[in-house]
Design a protein around this ligand. Structure first.
Ligand code: UD1
Length: 344
């Protein structure tokens, strides 16, 4: 079994470079399925989930090459090329290891007219259904069947017409799947109450670089004018706002001082606001964020919410920090029903 051995009692201080965002990378990689041409992603984080997703892509006939590194590159670079899609089936064995595998459904369907993806199954932080992913694709004209643990999505002859979908709940993954399908629909699609997390903006920017036509980027209403074909692109993955926020909390817990090199303060508004309210000093500039915990920490109440609200992915780290504060803090989780597993 893997284990982490932590010898505590030290102040964390120094400078740390921030990796490319995992949650952005997991939606940028499947974009390679949307074109015959090569898509090069720079600044991919070095994580098992990224390796797993690249492995899943080979299942569909996508080739990988490593285009070399520049001295300033911190993460990994990879070129993905889906000249021909050789299979549009994502099997259980690969999907069960990583929930984000469901993000191949939209692009495979849009490119080939059909996709068969294993249902992701349960997950440690709650039920995490995929009903909204399926309903959005249905709104674009797909026929969806569920059988033997698999979702099969089929487009009408001539491709998906496109359509409008109003999300009853804000969903990052469902917005991503819908966007990746909508860009190759025959007509115009509208996503209402769409997620507007920075990772969605990153996805829209890559799709735009590939020739997609998307209006309303960064807002909760996206209009996508489908195009016949997309082309290749080279794209740098955004910095990971959750990794940066986690290091900030870790440093603050120890009364430390860190520079988060490459962190984008613009994407971290709610986390930085919470840190300041807790009594942590935060300074931002174009190239990163500095965090220092010099004085006593103060209690603060927090509620998670879709972006621009406080990210649920920062809740556990901020709770850990608040255990060191004077007074009582109340934390409320509104995104996932089972996300207090760190409390015991
Ligand atoms: C993504 C992030 C995850 C983050 C979460 C919320 C990735 C790979 N993961 O997860 O780190 O914690 O956003 O910011 O990007 N829901 C439905 N039906 C659906 C889909 C979602 O009811 O079809 C519900 C979920 O149960 C949850 C809420 O919508 O209560 C938000 O989930 P969603 O935004 O979809 O999270 P993920 O995309 O899975």
């Amino acid at each position: 079994m893997d284990k982490l051995i932590i010898r505590g009692g030290k102040r964390l201080s120094g400078t740390i470079p921030i990796s490319g965002a995992k949650n952005a990378a997991l939606t940028l990689i499947p974009c390679a399925l949307l074109t015959e041409e090569a898509v090069t992603l720079r600044n991919l984080p070095r994580l098992a989930d990224i390796d797993g997703f690249q492995h899943l892509m080979t299942q569909f006939g996508v080739s990988h090459t490593i285009p070399g590194k520049r001295p300033e590159d911190f993460g990994r670079n990879v070129t993905l090329e889906a000249m021909r899609i050789t299979s549009s089936v994502a099997p259980y064995d690969l999907v069960r290891k990583m929930r984000a595998s469901i993000l191949v459904l939209g692009p495979l369907l849009a490119r080939t007219g059909e996709a068969t993806v294993s249902l992701p199954g349960g997950c440690a932080i709650g039920n995490r259904p995929i009903d909204l992913h399926l309903k959005a694709l249905e709104a674009f004209g797909a026929q969806i069947e569920l059988a033997q643990g698999y979702v099969k999505a089929i487009a009408p002859d001539g491709g998906l017409p496109g359509g409008d979908f109003d999300f009853p709940v804000v969903s990052v993954g469902a917005t991503e799947n819908a966007l990746m399908a909508a860009v190759l629909c025959n007509g115009t699609s509208r996503l209402i109450n769409a997620a507007r997390e920075p990772e969605i903006v990153d996805l829209c920017n890559l799709l735009g670089a590939m020739g997609a036509e998307i209006e309303g980027i960064g807002t909760s209403e996206l209009t996508i004018h489908g195009v016949k074909k997309l082309h290749g692109a080279t794209y740098r993955v955004m910095p990971d706002r959750i990794e940066a926020g986690s290091y900030a909390c870790a440093a603050a817990i120890t009364g430390g001082e860190v520079r988060l090199e490459g962190a984008d303060a613009g994407d971290m508004g709610s986390t930085l606001h919470a840190l300041r309210n807790i009594g942590v000093e935060v300074e931002t500039d174009k190239l990163g964020v500095n965090v220092a915990a010099r004085g006593p920490l103060k209690a603060h109440n927090l509620t998670t919410a879709p972006f621009p609200g406080l990210a649920t992915d920062m809740q556990a780290q901020l709770m850990s920090l608040l255990t060191r504060a004077e007074g009582t803090s109340v934390l409320k989780e509104t995104i996932f029903e089972n996300r207090f597993m760190h409390v015991p």
